[in-house]
Each structure stands twice: as C-alpha cells, then as structure tokens.
Ligand binder design. Structure first.
Ligand SMILES: [Zn+2]
Length: 153
C-alpha cells in the first residue's frame, strides 16, 4: 500500500513550516500517457527550479509517489507555496491537449486517501485547485465541486 510508505517518510521528516492548505494540480499531459517523478523533475529543473515543485505525484494506476520533500516549500502556485502541499495527478488534457478532467477512479481514490493521511499528520488542511489561485484550467476541474465533501473545514 503506497500510503504506508508515505506516512513512514513523513514521520521521519521534520516539518517545521506551517501547513494550512493542499493544492491539487494536473500534469497537463494527454489522457492515459504515463508520466513519472523523474520526468516532472526534469521539466522543473529545465525551468531553473531546484527540482520537482510538487510534493506528491499520483500516477495513472493510483499509486502515490513522493516528489519534493513535504518539509520543503514547493514550487507549484505562485504566491501560495509557503503554507501549502502540492499534489499533482497525471493527466488533465485530452489527445488534442485541451483541458479535460481525466482523473480515473484509482487516482480519485488516491487523492482521497492522501488528503486524509496528510490531515492525520498535519491537521485540518483545506483542499483547493490551482485554478482557484490563477487564471488556469489546472487541474481541469473545480475541486470544490468534484471533491465537495472533502474540501472541508
Ligand atoms: Zn497547476
């Protein structure tokens, strides 16, 4: 179970920054195309960042992979990185690269479980979409509608 490994990793990590929100993203890649942590890391290094800007990556099969360590400030929403955790799911575009909610059931379950695990560890974090903070489609749906019951607190 991937979430067990994540919890162990987090328990080991000393998180000193104040966390209040989780922000959800998509990789803006075509539906069904696999993208891994190393690839996203390479994209972000190319942008001149220290490495992958997201803390967690949810693959097409619903497995959760650690990106940037959660103790470190991410690079995923301009002006909102200091107190947030960035989660990205693989997908978010159709074959023509138009924004589309491509999140499958396994990924949706992974989001729910990851958000719950992070709340267990870090307290009452609210859940948001990148598009609540920028004029972008990302994550290609409205978090407040899709995860209405989960945004909470
Ligand atoms: Zn985004």
């Amino acid at each position: 179970m991937p979430s067990t490994a994540i919890n162990q990793r987090h328990t080991a990590a000393k998180v000193v920054r104040k966390l209040t929100r989780i922000i959800l993203h998509c990789t803006a890649t075509p539906e069904g195309r696999h993208v891994d942590v190393a690839t996203i890391n390479a994209w972000h290094v190319k942008r001149g960042w220290s490495g992958i800007g997201y803390h967690f990556v949810i693959y097409l099969d619903g497995s959760v992979h650690v990106g940037r360590d959660v103790s470190k400030v991410g690079a995923h929403v301009a002006g909102h990185n200091a107190d947030t955790i960035g989660i990205v799911y693989v997908g978010g575009c159709d074959a023509a690269m138009k924004a589309k909610d491509t999140m499958n059931d396994a990924q949706e379950t992974a989001v729910v479980n990851l958000v719950k695990a992070l709340r267990d560890q870090f307290g009452a974090l609210t859940l948001h979409g990148h598009n609540e903070y920028a004029a972008k489609a990302c994550p290609s749906f409205k978090v407040k509608e899709k995860f209405k019951w989960l945004v909470g607190y």
